[in-house]
Design a protein around this ligand. Structure first.
Ligand SMILES: [Mg+2]
Ligand SMILES: [Zn+2]
Length: 240
């Protein structure tokens, strides 16, 4: 079944911002004017400032990286965090790194579930993370599939979701990281201009070496520790 108007939201993917525990009721997506995560950043009118300078971001794939990928995951009842996923989010949060979840959700284009289901699952993830003292990363997802909705700029390996997140959250893509279990996810990070880490969970368990000189880690916790150490080594100003 093909949804009635699958491409209506434009070519750059959809995003839901959630500020930690400020989940909205009813599974509805907050619009562009929705709550922004974190405290307001002071923006002096003149001159560059460290506070306003673009920062690195960490983009995490969802299915196969953070949670068990056993097909299309859209029900909380079927959702299982992978070992190390919670701890990985803690490592990145403790390091003060901006994190976003970036996920292809072609099940929408295929008519298997709707965008409200994606929002509802994200909300349940947020409640679970909040109970562990963790913030819910904002979600970017691509609801398209070329066979059903034509080409788009957001389905990984296209970098559209990363570019959108960078624009919305003042991220420096050249200092950012994409973590995923598929080659297509690694390529999205590299095409966006940053680094990428292939994890050996999900599809990554049986695939060859990561493309394009990308890094690799056993799982998302290994990736998080690797990224934290690289960001520390680079220092706050980034690479020379
Ligand atoms: Mg994946
Ligand atoms: Zn798309």
């Amino acid at each position: 079944m093909i949804p009635s108007d699958p491409g209506s939201s434009g070519p750059e993917g959809h995003s839901a911002r959630r500020g930690g525990q400020s989940a909205l009721p009813g599974g509805a997506f907050p619009g562009p004017g929705g709550p922004a995560p974190g405290p307001p950043v002071p923006r002096p009118e003149n001159g560059p400032s460290a506070a306003a300078a673009p920062r690195p971001g960490v983009f995490l794939d969802r299915d196969g990286t953070l949670n068990l990928d056993d097909g299309y995951t859209w029900r909380w009842e079927d959702f299982r965090w992978l070992p190390g996923a919670i701890e990985a989010l803690r490592v990145l949060q403790d390091e003060g790194l901006f994190v976003a979840i970036v996920t292809n959700q072609a099940g929408v284009a295929r008519g298997l579930y709707g965008e409200r289901d994606i929002a509802a699952l994200h909300e349940r993830m947020g409640a679970d993370l909040a109970s562990r003292g963790l913030a819910l990363p904002p979600l970017y997802y691509c609801p398209h599939h070329p066979d059903f909705t034509g080409p788009c700029g957001c389905r990984k390996p296209e970098p559209g979701m990363l570019v959108k997140a960078a624009r919305e959250h003042s991220l420096d893509l050249s200092r950012s990281f994409m973590v995923g279990d598929k080659t297509s996810e690694v390529l999205a990070g590299l095409t966006a201009g940053g680094a990428a880490v292939l994890v050996r969970t999900g599809y990554g368990a049986g695939s060859g070496p990561p493309p394009g000189g990308a890094l690799e880690a056993p799982d998302v916790l290994g990736a998080a520790k690797l990224i934290a150490s690289l960001v520390k080594a680079r220092g706050p100003a980034g690479p020379p």
